[in-house]
Design a protein around this ligand. Structure first.
Ligand SMILES: [Zn+2]
Length: 144
């Protein structure tokens, strides 16, 4: 037992799961997987996941008349053509709607949603007909 504890103390292995590190840090370390309780790391991993899901999420959105845009690596926008606009921040798991636009439908999301979950939830609302009340100013202007 003493030896295992020493390996943890000098940072040779992860203090949570025992995965060996390439270099002993000289102090206790936590591996990437176990370190996911770290808020900064969670944020980084959520952003990474969003980046990985972006292409699939964009295709899904496109199929249902939605537009998914990547504004920055931490900020995405999902909008219905000329309708509502939902700002998505996967890093800190926040959604903000833009007051310049119509209010998006309520999205039923799991606690730790991902970018793809948001698009899926919006698609569900579209199937239910929630965004029916959306106005299309361009169409109205074109056909007075
Ligand atoms: Zn670990």
């Amino acid at each position: 037992m003493g030896e295992y504890a020493d390996l943890i103390v000098d940072g040779s292995i992860c203090q949570m799961c025992g995965t060996p590190f390439e270099h002993a840090a000289g102090y206790p370390q936590t591996c990437r997987e176990c370190g996911s309780w770290n808020p900064q790391q969670i944020k980084a991993e959520r952003r990474q996941l969003a980046a990985e899901q972006f292409d699939a999420a964009q295709r899904l959105a496109d199929l249902h008349g939605l537009v998914l845009r990547r504004c920055t690596e931490s900020h995405y926008q999902l909008s219905l053509h000329n309708g509502w606009l939902q700002n998505i921040y996967p890093g800190n798991c926040r959604l903000y709607w833009d007051r310049q636009h119509e209010k998006p439908p309520w999205l039923h999301l799991p606690d730790n949603w991902s970018l793809l979950d948001v698009v899926r939830a919006a698609v569900e609302e579209i199937k239910k007909g929630s965004p029916c009340q959306f106005r299309n100013p361009a169409a109205t202007a074109a056909n007075p």
